[in-house]
Design a protein around this ligand. Structure first.
Ligand SMILES: Cc1cc2nc3c(=O)[nH]c(=O)nc-3n(C[C@H](O)[C@H](O)[C@H](O)COP(=O)(O)OP(=O)(O)OC[C@H]3O[C@@H](n4cnc5c(N)ncnc54)[C@H](O)[C@@H]3O)c2cc1C
Length: 370
């Protein structure tokens, strides 16, 4: 039986990039997934995911997103696959709102290109959007945009395989199932099922709906040439979306956590209430889309930690087993930097980031990362 230096269980964005970086560091790597890279029930299996550097005062994620964007772009350029749309990202806020102020300060400190757009300037640039009243504005990051998620994960796995990673479709029940020096479990929302004693109360999978609406016939005002990706911090439901990329429809979703969800058995039919909420939001914010036909909807799950910080740590009882997950609705963009960090920790050790530690994961949810 072949013994691998490292086996990675789970070929979502975290596992795929972990395998990629472990191989790059010289390890013999096996990557497995029960259903395939970026499959339809994986959190990484969506059509598109936003990449922004804006994270309020959370500089750690600003820097990880910056590092990751470079690695995503390098991969896509080398493979000649245009899977990043540099649409720019608008973080809608208010001039005096603490999150907007902190975002501007952090981006400035990190040297990220950005503009603060006051309401009148927003209205001039994006007449298709109705603003959220007095004091509205937005941080605009021209270098952010949208990653074509499912295909991006497939590209990472393909690249890893071309560089020597062996990929197999296989379900793993325990660390003993894979003969490897180190086993990394990057199982997304399946982690609490895999390790119920440790993670049953520390990773909270929630049900999330995503909707796509058709723009008016012949119109390009909702396409990437006229609209950036956006996230609305003025609304507690956290609406966000992307322009009509590749003519797949204008995307709208709410970042607010849905109900508890089982990634295997959960019902993936979109709800009537969710559809109506998305439509009502469009009517108020993008009036020309208020009656737009719904073209597609998906139900996906977040794998949340108590705070929204990722989980990257050793298993408390098995020194050669690593737990990687807790993407918490914002992890996709960070895949390259997460994989790099995991590979470094696994192969070289060094000071771990306390925010990623198992001991920082509480059993009650109190989200602080947005
Ligand atoms: C609707 C939605 C919108 C989002 N929007 C954004 C966004 O705009 N920007 C952003 O950065 N992030 C976003 N995210 C978050 C991001 O998609 C996730 O954080 C990220 O995809 C998590 O990746 P993962 O590799 O941890 O998990 P997954 O992609 O779920 O991968 C885990 C893999 O492990 C495999 N697996 C599980 N158990 C086993 C087993 N026993 N044996 C073998 N394989 C196993 C599964 O099959 C799966 O493929 C969003 C998430 C959702 C759901």
């Amino acid at each position: 039986m072949t013994t691998w230096d490292a086996a990675v269980v789970g070929a979502g964005v975290f596992g795929a990039w972990t395998a990629w970086h472990l191989r790059r560091a010289g390890a013999a790597v096996l990557l497995v997934d029960a259903w395939g890279p970026g499959h339809s029930r994986a959190s990484s299996g969506g059509e598109s995911r936003l990449i922004r550097m804006s994270y309020g005062a959370d500089e750690i994620y600003t820097r990880m997103a910056m590092r990751s964007l470079g690695m995503w772009r390098e991969l896509f350029e080398r493979r000649r696959q245009p899977l990043f749309h540099r649409t720019g990202v608008l973080s809608l806020g208010r001039e005096d709102h603490p999150y907007s102020l902190a975002t501007r300060e952090t981006l400035r400190r990190c040297g990220v290109q950005m503009e603060w757009l006051q309401g009148h300037e927003l209205a001039r640039r994006y007449p298709q959007m109705r603003l959220a009243g007095e004091g509205a504005g937005a941080v605009f990051e021209p270098s952010g945009g949208v990653l074509m998620a499912r295909r991006a994960v497939a590209a990472v796995v393909e690249d890893a395989r071309e560089h020597g990673v062996v990929y197999e479709t296989r379900a793993v029940g325990s660390p003993h199932d894979v003969p490897a020096g180190v086993v990394v479990f990057a199982c997304g929302a399946w982690l609490p099922k895999m390790f119920p004693e440790i993670l049953g109360q520390r990773i909270f999978p929630t049900r999330q709906e995503v909707f796509f609406f058709a723009p008016p016939a012949g119109s390009r005002e909702f396409g990437p040439e006229a609209m950036p990706a956006w996230i609305d911090f003025t609304d507690p439901r956290g609406p966000y979306g992307a322009p009509d990329l590749e003519s797949r429809g204008f995307k709208v979703a709410f970042d607010q956590h849905g109900g508890a969800f089982d990634p295997d058995a959960g019902d993936r039919r979109p709800s009537m209430e969710g559809t109506e909420a998305a439509r009502a939001f469009l009517e108020a914010r993008f009036p020309a889309l208020g009656r737009a036909p719904l073209t597609e909807a998906r139900v996906c799950q977040y794998g949340n930690t108590s705070s929204g910080d990722f989980l990257i740590d050793r298993h408390p009882r098995f020194a050669n087993v690593w737990l990687v997950g807790g993407g918490s609705g914002h992890g996709f963009k960070h895949g390259p930097a997460v994989g790099e960090y995991v590979a470094r920790q696994v192969l070289q050790g060094g000071d771990p980031e306390p925010r990623f530690g198992l001991s920082s994961k509480a059993e009650a949810q109190h989200r602080t990362v947005y």
